[in-house]
Design a protein around this ligand. Structure first.
Ligand code: UDP
Length: 376
């Protein structure tokens, strides 16, 4: 049997494209080198009855109604507003920075009206490039050096294995600085955790009569066999794997950051007071996640995980430095040329080498697939 579309990777990007294409009547083959779907969003029910995120905490949040409505066709969401505490100066302090954070760190009792001028004074004492040239400048220019040193500097060194000065200012945009008392990690309009998990959500997306899935099938090992599945004339390949690998590293390797994730089951009902506690200055791990907070599941035990950043391993993060950005541009020029002929779409965090959140990955997949459909 010949397929109209070959989707490489059964993560959220691949599943989004596959579903949209299948609903137009196209026959879609998804190949996935792992033995399960959902890629790095994968989760499973532990023997304690707690849903565990295999690749570290995933909290869905978006301001995009189209993405929210799309996902709500495949899952219900449990209402969950993510809160993070940061262990700094021996205290558990609300993070990202808001009025309460400042009062705890500086032992003050300023009100929300005064936060802006307080931070302005902090920033005035600091030295940084304006406009910001890197991650450090971007943070210091908003909060000054004391808060930067306490919450950001060492976490960033640990997470990325390099100095904050080498990293793009763009990364800082992920973390808001609030002058109010909003203690949530995200302030997006739609937030939650899929009620039956991400794997189930992705499986529901892939569950369509026009979609076939091959697990344990590596696109690069299949070689010509992969394209033999495809309708020769008009066959479309959606690629969601690593960008540099597709091109056999012709412009050199792009760097990815990985994690060693250590899971522990603890014989007590709760371990910590929030789903995630960050450890910027202590230990080798960046944060501890306690899953029960997110899922609302009940058990007299609890499952936690610690994330130890690594250079090698499953690619989780793209590393936005100047040299990776330059290499990315070279690869993306080749992607553009390939996409132009209407036979390829590159989409997702790895294939576009972009630090996408889940909603951004889904939106990119929707938009690219719709653009392709319009061109047919
Ligand atoms: N970050 C930090 N301190 C923190 C949390 C985050 O310095 O307590 C910085 C760090 O460089 C991190 C980036 O902000 O990599 C993005 O954080 P986010 O929580 O979005 O990371 P993710 O959940 O994607 O790992």
């Amino acid at each position: 049997m010949k397929f109209n579309c070959l989707v490489v990777g059964a993560g959220i990007s691949g599943a989004t494209c596959a579903r949209i294409l299948a609903e137009t009547g196209r026959k879609v083959l998804v190949i996935e080198k792992q033995k399960n779907s959902a890629g790095n969003c994968h989760d499973y029910l532990s023997k304690e009855g707690i849903t565990v995120h295999t690749h570290g905490p995933h909290i869905f949040h978006t301001n995009n109604k189209q993405v929210w409505d799309f996902l709500n066709r495949f899952t219900e969401f449990r209402f969950f507003q993510h809160r993070v505490l940061s262990f700094a100066d021996g205290l558990l302090i609300p993070f990202p920075i808001n009025t309460d954070t400042i009062n705890m760190v500086f032992n003050t009792s300023i009100t929300t009206e005064d936060v802006f001028s307080f931070l302005e004074k902090e920033v005035k004492k600091a030295s940084f490039a304006n406009p910001p040239l890197n991650f450090r400048d971007a943070v210091v220019s908003q909060v000054g050096e004391r808060l930067y040193n306490l919450f950001f500097k060492n976490y960033t060194i640990k997470q990325w294995g390099r100095q904050p000065e080498e990293l793009s200012a763009e990364i800082a945009k992920r973390i808001p600085v609030r002058t109010n008392r909003d203690g949530r990690y995200f302030s997006d309009q739609y937030q939650g955790i899929p009620s039956e998990g991400y794997t189930k959500m992705v499986d529901n997306m892939l569950n369509h009569e026009n979609i076939s899935i091959l697990f344990g099938a590596d696109y690069f090992k299949l070689g010509n066999l992969a394209s033999a599945f495809l309708d020769e004339e008009k066959g479309l390949t959606i690629y969601t794997g690593e960008l540099d690998k597709f091109f056999d590293y012709k412009y050199g390797e792009l760097e990815y950051r990985s994690l060693h994730i250590e899971f522990k089951t603890i014989e007590q009902e709760w371990y910590q007071n929030a789903a995630v506690v960050n450890y910027p200055n202590d230990y080798d791990f960046t944060r501890i996640t306690e899953f029960k907070h997110m899922t609302g599941e009940r058990s007299d035990k609890t499952v936690i995980c610690m994330e130890y950043p690594r250079d090698k391993g499953i690619p989780y993060y793209v590393v936005i430095t100047e040299s990776n950005t330059k290499k990315r541009e070279l690869y993306m020029a080749d992607v553009k040329a390939l996409e132009k002929n209407g036979k390829f779409i590159f989409t997702g965090r790895l294939a576009e080498y972009k630090y996408y959140n889940m909603d951004q990955a889904i939106l990119a997949a929707i938009e690219k697939t719709e653009k392709y459909l319009k061109s047919c």
